[in-house]
Design a protein around this ligand. Structure first.
Ligand SMILES: [Zn+2]
Length: 63
């Protein structure tokens, strides 16, 4: 799991609020929004999320 911390209060108690859009919610201060993921590999993560998007679209079409 990637380490995610709140950009507002720095809390690590973050929950993925909307998985498809990578909107996170902070359980401590209530911040909702995109979060910088401390992984050092943003490009790879972007590629992966795009792959997931395509997969989800395919799955929706398959019905
Ligand atoms: Zn916070």
């Amino acid at each position: 799991m990637a380490k995610v911390s709140c950009p507002k209060c720095g809390s690590k108690r973050m929950k993925l609020h909307v998985p498809q859009t990578s909107i996170w919610k902070c359980e401590k201060c209530g911040y909702q929004g995109p979060v910088f993921i401390e992984d050092g590999n943003i490009e790879k993560q972007l590629k992966e999320s795009k792959k997931m998007e395509k997969l989800q679209k395919k799955m929706l079409r398959g019905r």
